[in-house]
Design a protein around this ligand. Structure first.
Ligand code: DGJ
Length: 710
């Protein structure tokens, strides 16, 4: 802090605060600025609003609430016992701490912080303390922000809104990019210009959802990008307010729809952490988000470990399997080089189809031949053993439901049943204990190495005797995190993959417990180009589970060639959803070669630096490259899809290579190699037209380039 200025630096960015009249303003957030004795240039004079008709414009304040002239979207809204919403917070103290300021109780948070600034504001009349916490890291340009409120008074309050992050940005007319979707069509890139008004995305389905991912990116009208994301898996909301006087405010946090949290005397409420980043391009935002997730969100034994190549039984057999069929499939899988056999839905209770038995987490030996034996035989074949669970759900037709109808989240009316299932009342401690012990028992007995944790419906009928209605959705997520903490810490050697009807819960909260995600139930490689790109913008390849599946595709009926299916799946953690027992000898050979190739370059595929070359959302030639840390090796995937006939395709400019180095480029499966400098590959571009042969109009065709430094 110099005088009344506080500056937080990351690798390439700075966030500068100024303290004026017991308020704190954000003076600057952007490209890194040098230390200076004072920074008055960043704030000449506070603009005065028109005395009679304009709102009082509290430009750049880091907190906002009703009262004291605020009338924009608020960070926090509280109601006291008399129904009064007015607040008046003044700065009480500023602390600068090495490392993290707080352990945010019950919520996942980013680890490895190097520096945290904590502002404490007090509302003296109301007896409230509000804490705003900003933390930086030394290896990326991410800044984590969270807030807490403490009730020092003798009366309760109700928190009606409490966002995790607020940032005022100069001017309006910025372009917002967000990622929306639906089942089998997750994270589709959308853009909107923020000229005037309030725009928001979010989820009120109880989960982070496929509808709108919590990640946002704002390209300012004067250059530069601001991105935000939230470490949370429940109802979230992202707000952008563009004011006609020329100011934009962005916020992210828990969705305030139906949120009402009673804050008793002496209690504190913590928001989830948000992360924000500034970069000069979309590419720098992606790079930063990837480093942030890899270094500060993922934890445990699998944080940096090579992820196994999975064969998942779902699209191969669905519910129709016996031990013999599973072992037959596993045998071929091990022959082609698969490392993990995952038995998906259908192995427990009376589960022969999706209308029964969720919650009955006991082995069905008629189908599995005994999980313990099955696991033993798989391990003897050199395969690891994975198992599917959907722990948060219950079927009305299940032994568990018949015994414990009170385990269901049902509100005061009959709950709606979807996919023949209901949501378990996780806030009931007995339900949480049941889930932990049921999974624990199977993990130990069947020597399980991998768990796919599914969640196939949204939360409705939200009410339980264990929580007030307006608190329930958040308490559910806290209970879920607690269950995950208990299970993952008891079984640190088990790799967890989260799934929610495909990629309906791709968020930073769950990634803190489960380091990879089943990206989508749509395994069609043409559709995956979009889904995966919309995911990789904010989440690194080692989190993205991508499987090669049969043709015609189960979801889209499209037929594609196996090379393209493989090339597209190498964008993430490779696996197969495939009845390999039905493959021809030639097909098995191709799959075996694919797996061997992936294993050889696994580190690059899973942990290499990812750069987008051409976007699937904007062009017919989606492509990307993964580059080793030292830039000595890279693999690029170039795809063409839905292309117009007889049209020049232009050149491909690769990314991330070292300009001064010379590289040898080998086109996989084609008899072509050539040499070029990094500068040529990065800047002048490659004409690959001839290598594709004739135009393919709809079916994706692809090339893989292996790039080695000479
Ligand atoms: C939805 C998942 O996304 C699928 O991969 C599969 O596990 C099914 N659930 C099983 O019911």
């Amino acid at each position: 802090m110099s005088n009344n200025y506080i500056k937080i630096d990351t690798l390439n960015t700075s966030l500068l605060f100024g303290v004026y009249d017991k308020q704190v303003e954000k003076l600057y957030y952007g490209e890194r600025i040098p230390d200076a004795p004072e920074y008055s240039v960043y704030r000449m004079k506070r603009r005065q609003s028109h005395p009679s008709v304009d709102d009082v414009v509290r430009k750049n304040d880091i907190i906002s609430y009703f009262g004291q002239g605020n009338s924009r979207q608020f960070l926090v809204e509280l109601e006291d016992e008399d129904g009064c919403h007015n607040l008046q917070f003044e700065l009480e103290s500023v602390k600068q701490i090495e490392g993290a300021a707080v352990d945010i109780k019950g919520l996942p948070y980013a680890h490895g912080k190097t520096k945290t600034v904590v502002f404490e504001f007090r509302d003296k009349v109301g007896g409230l303390s509000l804490f705003a916490r900003y933390s930086a890291f030394d290896d990326c340009d991410a800044i984590c922000v969270s807030h807490a409120i403490k009730n020092n008074s003798k009366k309760p309050y109700v928190i009606k809104r409490f966002m995790s992050m607020q940032l005022d940005i100069d001017e309006t007319g910025h372009e917002l990019t967000y990622y929306d979707g639906a089942w089998a069509r997750e994270r589709q890139c959308k853009k909107i210009k923020l000229d005037s008004g309030v725009f928001f995305t979010g989820s009120s389905s109880g989960f982070s959802s496929n509808r709108y991912n919590p990640f946002w990116m704002l390209k300012t009208s004067y250059g530069g990008y601001y991105a935000t994301n939230l470490l949370y898996s429940g109802n979230h909301k992202e707000i952008a307010e563009a004011l006609p006087i020329g100011l934009t405010r962005i916020m992210t946090g828990i969705n305030d729809e139906r949120f009402a949290w009673k804050l008793e005397p002496k209690e504190t409420f913590d928001t989830p952490e948000a992360v924000m980043a500034y970069g000069e391009s979309q590419e720098s935002i992606t790079t930063n988000m990837h480093v942030f997730v890899k270094n500060h969100i993922l934890r445990g034994a699998f944080k940096e470990k090579p992820r196994p190549i999975v064969l998942n039984s779902w699209e191969a057999m669905y519910y129709d399997f016996t031990k013999e069929r599973l072992l037959e499939l596993a045998k071929v899988a091990s022959e082609v080089g698969v490392e993990m056999f995952v038995l998906d839905d259908g192995w427990f209770g009376g589960r022969d189809c999706d209308d029964r038995a969720l919650g009955d987490w006991t082995d069905n030996p008629k189908k599995t031949g005994g999980l313990k034996d099955l696991s033993g035989e798989l391990h003897a074949m050199g395969l690891q053993f994975g198992l599917w669970f959907e722990p948060e759900m219950i079927s009305p037709d299940s032994d568990l439901y018949r015994k414990h109808p009170e385990f269901v989240l049902r509100g005061k009316r009959s709950p709606v049943v979807t996919r023949s299932q209901l949501v378990m009342d996780l806030v009931n401690p007995k339900v949480a204990d049941y889930i932990v012990s049921a999974l624990d028992k199977i993990i130990v007995e069947a020597n399980v190495d991998f768990i796919k944790w599914d969640c196939n419906r949204v939360m409705t009928d939200v009410y339980s005797k264990f929580s007030r209605g307006g608190e329930y959705a958040h308490r559910y997520i806290l209970a879920l995190y607690n269950i995950l903490e208990r299970i993952t810490s008891a079984h640190p050697h088990v790799l967890f993959e989260s799934c929610a009807g495909g990629g309906s819960r791709y968020d930073l909260g769950l990634l803190a417990y489960m380091p990879q995600v089943w990206t989508s139930d749509n395994t069609d490689c043409a559709d995956r180009l979009l889904i995966q790109e919309g995911t990789l913008v904010a989440y690194p390849p080692c989190t993205l589970s991508a499987h090669v599946s049969i043709c015609p595709n189960y979801q889209t009926s499209r037929t594609t060639n196996i090379a393209a299916r493989f090339n597209v799946a190498t964008a993430g953690v490779l696996g197969y959803e495939y009845d390999l027992t039905k493959c021809s000898k030639e097909e098995k050979q191709v799959i075996g070669e694919q797996i061997a190739f992936y294993k050889k370059h696994r580190d690059t595929f899973q942990y290499g630096d990812y750069f987008l070359i051409e976007s699937a959302f904007d062009t017919t030639k989606p492509s990307w490259i993964k580059v080793a840390k030292d830039k000595s090796f890279a693999i690029a995937v170039i795809v063409r899809v839905n292309e117009a006939i007889n049209r020049e395709r232009g050149k491909y400019r690769l990314r991330g290579l070292c300009d001064d180095a010379n590289y040898k480029v080998t086109v996989k499966d084609k008899d072509t190699t050539f040499a070029a400098s990094g500068k040529i590959l990065n800047s002048y571009g490659l004409d690959l037209t001839g290598l594709f042969g004739y135009d393919a109009l709809f079916e994706p065709v692809s090339l893989m380039l292996i790039i080695e430094r000479e």
